[in-house]
Write a protein that binds this ligand. Sequence first.
Ligand code: TEU
Ligand code: CA
Length: 572
Amino acid sequence: MFFGFKSKRSKKTVGSVPWWKTRTVYQIYPRSFCDSNGDGIGDIRGIISKLDYLADLGVGIIWLSPVYNSPNDDNGYDISDYRSIHPDFGTLSDMKRLIAEAERRDIKIIMDLVINHTSDEHEWFKQSRSSKDNPYRDYYIWHEGKNGKEPNNWTSFFAGSAWEKDVRTGEYYLHLFSKKQPDLNWKNPKVAEEVRSILKYWLDMGIAGFRCDVINVIYKTSLEDGKKRLILTGREHYLSQKGCHSILRSLKSDVFSQYDCFTVGETVMVSTADANELCAPERKELDMVFSFEHMDADCINNKWFKTSFKPEKLFSVLEKWQNEVDWNANYFENHDQPRIVSRYGSFTGIAESEKEGRERFAKLFAVLLFTLRGTPFMYQGQELGMTNGDFKDWGDLRDVESFNVAGLMKKLHFPASKVWKLILKASRDNARTPMQWSAESGGGFTAGTPWIKLNANRAHINAREQISREDSVYAFYKKLIALRNETPELSEGSFKRIKSPKNVFAYLRSLSAHNCLVLLNFNRHAIRLNHDIQKYLVPEKNGHAGRILCSNDSHNPLSGTLGAHQACIIRL
Ligand code: TEU
Ligand code: CA
């Protein structure tokens, strides 16, 4: 519900604020977005056919997950040629047309930059593994074994040792991810030279920036044994190292600063201090970073062990990041994370009867996303309130990480049914099911057989149905995007948390004399607002009540209560 607010085509730059601060970013996972030729795999022509949909939603920037050539061990995050397009996705000329067609609609495109590792099928690695004196040997991290075992005790992000022995030379190579993703050696200046030239290639083609994959792990200071840990033994030798900072500074000064572009780093295990070292403006490294701490509000130790969702944990992490980092890259979904409505809301979405609650919950997170200070990043299908996959058995899963972690759990003697339950909840495949465009058998995604199981709830959760309804999640996203575009205090304003009842998140966004109060009730029941909030709603001095700009419920918060899962923005 939006009150007294007309949605206009977005004003894309506000004063001197850079465009990447005011626009909304929409992430496309190309395999699962739209298939134009019926082979079951989403492709670039499919994306082009949906540009009007995105423009209409108000999207200002598309982040495209990898479309480069790749053997797809990790769905494109294992690149075998940085300058070409995977034939599954189309051709280079399709890509150029996508850039041009997006530009016609005032949409910019950023690409994924995966430079911690390449595919083992990249020409550099083929050369590198061929012999110890090949000129490409030093492009990767090779080491002889220690007493017939791996060179050190490091473990991979995808479970198991981070080393693989290669028969050709008898030495081991390092892979922080799958064994088909060998890590590049960033101590070799030639690697940086290659990457600079790849960056220019795409920027010259009209790309507006990059999402930099696991960018804070690229530099390995030493290869000594790490402190033994439950996950990622060895990490102290490569997380956010000095060497990484100097590489990023030189990429910024040699390349990025020469273009009108921006960078967002995907940075694992970062604190706010680490983030500031990477993206505070005076550091001249990255423009913003994705952190992970706020995605741990439903797990203990690591993402595989989920508990119930703890809203207060989420609020305190968000508050800390809002206060300590000037400009955040805000997100709740991406291609690696289960869907919000399923993980934080426990809505399976299979039952039509859950619709109202699920949509209200999806809208609650939408208000949060668009009212935090920073650039909002949304993921395909989030605007429809899409749910986790409805996978029935192992044959339905595709993700290399899910299989590797399941293998490790089995080795540790977890019972098979337990393994399935844990994987089902946390698998990255939950986010990768095909986009639900319509109720038809292929979900409007494909005329063929989709590469991964389409959710049966496409019958009632789909774009066509959402667009047809004024109170849908889609309509709500559309209005929120426009509202943020038109309301400088929401995009540029400061953030101040206000004391609130349990499981209610309340804050002010302020710019000069303008103030917006944001109220988010994460309780499944109505709640009476405390004095600290009420005093803003009806200021004693002038007697003016705030004006509600947007709410996911018709209940009036000015009455002093919030409805179950109600979220609203009030202009004071
Ligand atoms: O992800 C890096 C990462 O650390 C995690 O999000 C990862 O998905 C996993 O959950 C760790 O347990 C990036 C990409 O987003 C991911 O898709 C790639 O698989 C990975 O890097 C390797 O390139
Ligand atoms: Ca296709």
